[in-house]
Design a protein around this ligand. Structure first.
Ligand SMILES: [Mg+2]
Length: 208
């Protein structure tokens, strides 16, 4: 019997490399205002923080300092640009189809994300990936979000799995998986997922 009945994947930063697209879209809409945003700054200072907080920081750093709300006014433009770009070419991790194909039938699988279903489901559908997942747990499916255990507990309940391996990239997500009582595989970025996951699964149970 396999060590885990289910594999529960986070979405952003695990199976899809969405942060560079967020950065590129913000950079494009802010450039006409004379504000530059480069990937190194975004990667080191902006991932995991609220967009408004990011813009306050950028406004304070600009020379001369400016009103952050003028930058925030560009949010609807950025949001639509992001949606169009993601659906046009979803940046799923390389080798994702092969990975899921290899796990299909051996493990029950789910996506467990704090993003809205409307942001996730169309991308999975566009990539032909929806069929691999027994359920999607998204924003609003539970009262409490990550780092609370609720989203991972709900996914396991829906899949009727008692044991699960959680694959996560963020602190809140790792805490959520652990609080649910599951082992968590922490991955630094999507490109590392296939290798780290297959190595963990092939390790199996310690010999008795
Ligand atoms: Mg994530």
């Amino acid at each position: 019997m396999p060590e885990f009945e289910a594999i529960l994947f986070d979405f952003d930063g695990v199976i899809i490399d969405s942060e560079p697209v967020h950065c590129a879209c913000w950079a494009e809409v802010l450039a006409p205002l004379g504000v530059t945003l480069d990937w190194e700054f975004y990667r080191d200072r902006c991932i995991g923080i609220d967009d408004r907080e990011m813009l306050r920081m950028m406004a304070a750093r600009s020379d001369p300092p400016r009103d952050w709300e003028g930058l925030w006014a560009q949010y609807p433009v950025k949001r639509d640009l992001f949606r169009d770009r993601m659906i046009g070419a979803p940046p799923f991790l390389p080798g994702l189809v092969e990975l899921l194909e290899g796990l299909d039938g051996r493990y029950k699988m789910a996506i467990v994300s704090s993003s809205a279903r409307s942001e996730i489901s169309p991308l999975l559908e566009a990539g032909g990936l929806l069929r691999y997942f027994g359920t999607l747990v998204c924003a609003g499916d539970t009262h409490r979000h990550k780092p609370a255990p609720d989203p991972y507990l709900l996914a396991a309940q829906r899949l009727q799995a008692r044991t699960a391996l959680v694959v996560e990239d963020s602190e809140a997500g790792i805490a959520s998986g652990r609080a649910a009582g599951f082992e968590v595989l922490a991955v630094p970025r999507p490109a590392d997922v296939p290798d780290l996951l297959l190595r963990r699964l092939s390790r199996g149970l310690p010999a008795s």
